[in-house]
Ligand binder design. Structure first.
Ligand SMILES: NC(=O)c1ccc[n+]([C@@H]2O[C@H](COP(=O)([O-])OP(=O)(O)OC[C@H]3O[C@@H](n4cnc5c(N)ncnc54)[C@H](OP(=O)(O)O)[C@@H]3O)[C@@H](O)[C@H]2O)c1
Length: 221
């Protein structure tokens, strides 16, 4: 039994991915800032027969994120799959002409330093296992920047470049990297963006290991 760690796990996509991988044979480590919400989600999953535990960390705090990932490994065993999908803070989405250097510190910490911290923490374990999957989830501004959401557009571009380089560099080691782009909102009941549909796509990306970037729906839909 190996573990999926979902960095930024809430009741939407995080819960759906936890169910998809949990019922697919993985133990599940959930990371977010709220102990109460993590415990409630872990309890729901446990009631369904999934081994799940919550670990608190703010992804903008590298030491806390490293400690949470270490605790997840110590508690649940080796991490085979890392999904990085915390939902960005609203204050990151300011118009481009109102965005000063200081306004980019949060988005960059969230979408670039967080992923780099998480990946560096789990890679040695994946190398020991001899396999691994790194999954990044982003909105459409990762591909088409939006002038009203400058912070996320800029930081997602950096995250995308990092993930793409991981894809090219780690493939030879049996470690697959993929990015799922979700244009528009995650919408329960939508045939393309229902959380369970997206979770299935992420499962297929992990299992089939084809290509780097996948789209939940057409960018222009
Ligand atoms: N929701 C959408 O409409 C939408 C649209 C396009 C793309 N996406 C992508 O989908 C993913 C999120 O899916 P979702 O919206 O359904 O979210 P979710 O899985 O329901 O929840 C994500 C969790 O991220 C946690 N989080 C936020 N900031 C954090 C931080 N600084 N440190 C640690 N955890 C943090 C939040 O928990 P705490 O507040 O307890 O920390 C939240 O519960 C993201 O990759 C996002 O870019 C979402």
């Amino acid at each position: 039994m190996t573990t999926i760690v979902i960095v930024g796990a809430g009741h939407g996509l995080g819960a759906a991915v936890a169910r998809q991988f949990g019922h697919g044979g993985f133990d599940v480590a959930l990371i977010s800032r709220s102990r109460d919400r993590l415990d409630a989600l872990a309890a729901d999953l446990t009631a369904e027969g999934v081994t799940a535990r919550g670990f608190t960390a703010d992804v903008r705090d590298p030491a806390a994120l490293e400690a949470a990932l270490d605790a997840a490994t110590a508690t649940l065993g080796p991490i085979e799959v890392l999904q990085y999908s915390p939902v960005p803070q609203r204050e990151f989405m300011r118009p481009v002409l109102e965005t000063a250097p200081a306004d980019l510190a949060g988005p960059i910490a969230f979408s670039l330093y967080g992923p780099v911290t998480a990946v560096r923490q789990v890679l040695p374990g994946m190398r020991l296992l001899g396999r691994g999957t790194l999954l990044f989830v982003n909105g459409g501004t990762a591909v088409r920047p939006h002038p009203e959401r400058a912070g996320t557009s800029i930081a997602f571009a950096a995250e995308s470049a990092y993930a793409r380089m991981l894809h090219d560099t780690l493939a030879a080691d049996g470690i697959h990297t993929g990015q799922l782009i979700i244009p528009g909102a995650i919408t329960p009941g939508d045939p393309h963006t229902d959380p369970a549909v997206l979770a299935r796509t992420l499962w297929d990306m992990h299992s089939e290991r084809t290509g780097f970037r996948h789209y939940a729906r057409d960018l222009d839909a």
